[in-house]
Write a protein that binds this ligand. Structure first.
Ligand code: 5GP
Ligand code: ZN
Length: 111
């Protein structure tokens, strides 16, 4: 299920370009266009749901594992996994997404 007006659904379909990191039957991951640090990525279910509770469990099952794989592949030591639901929680794009935000420390250099 997708939404014609949704920018992340358009990214999944390739109608809007993105820097794709991972794709499977149910899951898509790409670099954030406004990164909070170098390598900031987004992991999304292909199923269009606005908030976490809008997405069926079977459509979400891979998302956290893909976020973990990205963190491992990037060699991250410190990082945030963030997922916002609703405007009051700072959700700006109405398609469920998990942020993977690297937090490099002083030894690793600036992000
Ligand atoms: P939110 O505040 O909804 O949790 O985060 C939405 C994220 O989506 C932001 O970090 C923003 O930079 C990112 N974003 C918004 N539009 C696009 C886009 O067209 N392409 C990509 N790659 N990221 C986007
Ligand atoms: Zn969507």
């Amino acid at each position: 299920m997708s939404s014609a007006a949704c920018i992340f659904c358009k990214i999944i379909k390739g109608e809007i370009p993105s820097m794709k990191i991972f794709e499977s039957e149910k899951t898509f991951a790409f670099l954030d266009i406004g990164p909070l640090s170098r390598g900031h990525s987004l992991v999304i279910p292909k199923f269009h749901g606005v908030k976490l509770h809008d997405v069926p469990d079977d459509q979400l099952s891979e998302v956290l594992m893909v976020a973990k794989k990205i963190a491992v592949a990037q060699g991250l030591v410190d990082y945030n996994i963030l997922q916002n639901n609703g405007r009051a929680a700072h959700q700006m794009v109405d398609h469920v997404h998990f942020h993977v935000i690297p937090k490099p420390n002083a030894e690793e250099g600036l992000g």
